[in-house]
Design a protein around this ligand. Structure first.
Ligand code: ADE
Length: 225
């Protein structure tokens, strides 16, 4: 998969060099290129923002540099993602779906957002998704893009060493994950649930499913309805 990221803070994305995604990039499973939006400006101050039409607080990102950046990056295979608190909620099902795409372009807005015509114009040329990672407001799309890239990247075949570890995870079957334990069997007076030490695989599977239901009901009841 190829991922292009457009941002005024390219340095945010240096974390993509480490951990599983860093290894995936080195192994050629994931090709990530970060672009500085200011490289698509032509004035001395490399201006990317201006006052909002109609008045109001803050600044809005001007369309011209975005238009040039997308002209340079879009292909027939591109899906364009705008992280925004005004987008639809990003969930695991969508991460799975996007992990099969050929080319993702992340457009990270700052300030009060990007001139809406950029999104409209991109929509005429490619699939466009406006995504929110949750009901809160960040200072820009960079951290949200990182979240989405990590959620998608780990689902690309070969990125996570043991694919079985992706199956029994929270949200994969609409439930939260069961709690996990390792050795020692007793630690600071707390015991590992005996069923996990008994070797009865059917009993372990049933216990884990009960735990998933109990935890989901307690922590995220809306997922069950
Ligand atoms: N940009 C600012 N807040 C955001 C959010 N919650 N999700 C995605 N992008 C954002």
């Amino acid at each position: 998969m190829r991922i292009d990221i457009v941002t005024i803070f390219p340095e945010f994305f240096s974390v993509l060099d480490v951990s599983l995604l860093g290894t995936a990039r080195k192994n050629g499973l994931l090709d990530v290129v970060v672009h500085d939006l200011r490289d698509f400006t032509h004035d001395r101050h490399r201006t990317v923002d201006d006052t909002p039409a109609g008045g109001g607080a803050g600044m809005v990102m001007r369309p011209e540099p975005w238009g040039e950046a997308l002209d340079a990056l879009l292909t027939e295979q591109s899906t364009v993602i705008f992280p925004t608190p005004a987008g639809s909620l990003f969930v695991q099902k969508q991460a799975r779906e996007l992990s099969g795409r050929e080319h993702l372009v992340f457009c990270c807005g700052r300030y009060e957002g990007i001139d809406q015509r950029v999104i409209e114009h991109a929509r005429a040329r490619a699939e466009v998704i406006e995504l929110s990672i949750g009901d809160y407001v960040l200072n820009g799309g960079e951290v949200a893009a990182m979240v989405v890239i990590e959620a998608i990247g780990r689902l690309i075949p070969g990125v996570v060493g043991n694919p079985e570890s992706l199956v029994e995870e929270s949200h994969e079957d609409g439930l939260l994950e069961y709690p996990s334990y390792t050795k020692p069997a007793e630690w600071r007076g707390l015991a590992t649930p005996p069923v996990l030490l008994g070797g009865n695989h059917a009993a372990i599977a049933a216990w884990r499913h009960d735990q998933q239901l109990e935890r989901t009901e307690r922590v995220r009841p809306e997922l069950l309805s």
